[in-house]
Design a protein around this ligand. Structure first.
Ligand code: D6G
Length: 534
């Protein structure tokens, strides 16, 4: 039999508190040991004899998550109390990776937690290695999203990330005989301790169907989108703590769930299997992350993924806006939606649809609200990597949205021709509709025209956008173009990934740098100039 290290003596403790009541516990070694012990006992029903490495990892992760919960609730309460303006970051991908060490460092309990685990004969690094990697992204785009969320929490910006809870993330890499072999990444196979399911916030998302246009007695047009096939989007919430500041923001990821109600006829005729087949087909929407963010895949499933998470996020944003506000003219004062590339671009059209068809606003008012709400981040200068959706596909899947896109484009092109008289080639270049067979909708044109702010992903890229890819748009709206980011978070890419170098830096210049990198520059410069002169 394996020899198990003795757990710390718990006999003096008054007995474990029910899970969830420990949130006010201190962050000292003993309190952390107590919390770990309770989680392993009451959440996993394991002990030092039966716990696997995965059980120990889950217990450790729950312990860290518990420490975030109180801060999470308080942060969200503060946002509610102040009815503050919030940033919503919509991204198809969030390459958040492993979260335990990140949580430990952001809570500032690295040393205490390591010692607490050592008391159980466990090494923090070993548990960290056992954590599944949340590879919900391919590279730059998904990692930028994760870094920005981390920065916003650290800066105390009231932000929520919205994306997709993919069952399969980026592939698992194996090297066989010097070659890469890609295996499916079933990262949720053993469950994740970080995501809390929130069925109470489930949203019904509509697809297909057709539109019906009616004019009332005063000539006002109302449009109904009917005979749709609906899919449910259910969210999971992941806490995103700031660096040692008690702020915890939310990453809300949607998972598709089939409805059974539209298949009731199958059920009534005893054809349960067919009813379930439809349900399973719906749930496939959020199964797999598409392999590359640089190629416009142009397939129906991808479009369904994009619309599902865009529509669900927007409905959720509007629900939250309505808790404290009633006038949609205030929407941009309370809501900023940042689009990470064009994948969530249909949220623009969805907001227009809701304002026009459900709220009964006039076009001009709806458009002003929309432009003041949205901002767009471009990720590529390669024309072939820009998203464009075939018109027949959009017509079938989202008929009302296509009508709205055509109207946005018609109004926009009128604006362009008024501004640049006698320049038909410019109209062709700037149109959201790309001629051909089939015709396609250029999502980047839609996103620029419907946003008050457009940026690239580095200073150089933002500059090149103005000079090359979007030059026509820059000439039309120069005030919209700007640069926001230039770098990555030093917390993950220095503090967490290189502890020895981090310790050395801290030893030399103090511990302010992980939250404020410029402090490092200021502190280092006298030293470097002394070296130069010395
Ligand atoms: C997060 C944290 C939880 C809070 C919830 C609110 O899951 O404490 O109750 O968000 O969600 P919204 O009402 O803001 O969507």
């Amino acid at each position: 039999m394996t020899k198990h290290p003795n757990p710390p003596d718990k006999s003096s403790a008054a007995g474990p508190l029910p899970a969830g009541m420990r949130v006010h516990a201190g962050l000292d070694v003993e309190a952390l040991q107590q919390a770990f012990h309770e989680r392993r006992t009451f959440s996993l029903a394991k002990d030092e004899y039966t716990a696997t490495i995965h059980d120990n990892l889950m217990s450790a992760a729950y312990t860290i998550r518990d420490l975030m919960i109180d801060r999470w609730i308080k942060t969200q309460q503060r946002y509610h109390k102040t009815n503050t303006k919030r940033v919503y970051y919509l991204s198809m991908e969030f390459l958040i990776g492993r979260l335990m060490m990140h949580g430990v460092l952001n809570l500032g309990i690295g040393k205490e937690f390591r010692r607490a685990l050592e008391g159980y004969g466990l090494a923090l690094e070993e548990l960290v290695e056992a954590e599944a990697d949340a590879g919900l992204g391919n590279g730059g785009l998904g990692r930028l999203a994760a870094c920005l969320m981390d920065s916003m929490s650290t800066l105390g910006v009231p932000a929520t990330g919205y994306g997709i809870m993919f069952d399969y993330g980026i592939f698992q890499q194996k090297i066989v005989n010097g070659y890469q072999v890609e295996a499916p990444d079933s990262w949720l196979r053993l469950g994740t301790p970080w995501a809390i399911d929130r069925p109470e916030y489930t949203i019904r998302v509509r697809f297909y169907g057709h539109t019906q246009h009616h004019y009332d007695s005063s000539g006002h047009l109302t449009v109904e989108w009917v005979d749709t096939e609906d899919i449910l989007a259910m969210p999971y919430d992941i806490p995103l703590p700031g660096y040692k500041n008690d702020v915890v923001n939310t990453l809300r990821l949607w998972s598709a769930k089939g409805t059974l109600d539209f298949d009731l006829s199958y059920f009534n005729h005893g054809d349960y299997i067919r009813a379930y087949e439809r349900k399973i087909a719906s749930e496939n929407i959020t199964k797999v992350l598409y392999p590359n963010d640089n190629v416009s895949a142009g397939v129906e499933l991808r479009l369904k993924q994009e619309y599902l998470f865009s529509a669900a996020s927007l409905a959720d944003i509007i629900r939250r806006f309505r808790v404290h506000n009633s006038d949609f003219n205030d929407f941009p004062k309370k809501v900023a939606i940042q689009l990470n590339d064009t994948h969530p671009g249909l949220a623009i059209v969805e907001l227009m649809r809701i304002l026009l068809d459900e709220e009964g606003l006039e076009w001009a008012q709806a458009w002003e609200i929309t432009v003041n709400t949205f901002a767009y981040t471009n990720h590529t200068l390669m024309p072939e990597a820009l998203e464009s959706w075939s018109v027949p596909l959009l017509q079938r899947l989202l008929p009302r949205h296509l009508e709205i896109i055509y109207e946005i484009n018609a109004r926009f092109l009128r604006e362009v021709s008024n501004r640049f008289l006698g320049d038909p080639d410019r109209l062709r270049r700037m149109s959201m509709v790309q001629e051909g067979d089939p015709k396609k909708i250029r999502m980047s044109a839609l996103c620029i025209v419907a946003s008050h702010s457009v940026n690239g992903v580095s200073a150089l890229h933002s500059e090149l956008i103005e000079q090359t890819l979007f030059r026509d748009f820059f000439e039309m709206y120069p005030e919209r173009f700007n640069c926001k980011t230039n770098g990555v978070t030093p917390r993950r890419w220095l503090l967490e990934s290189n502890p020895r170098l981090s310790d050395l830096i801290t030893e030399k210049i103090g511990n302010v740098w992980p939250a404020e990198l410029s402090a490092r520059t200021r502190a280092i410069s006298p030293l470097s100039s002394a070296r130069r002169t010395g």
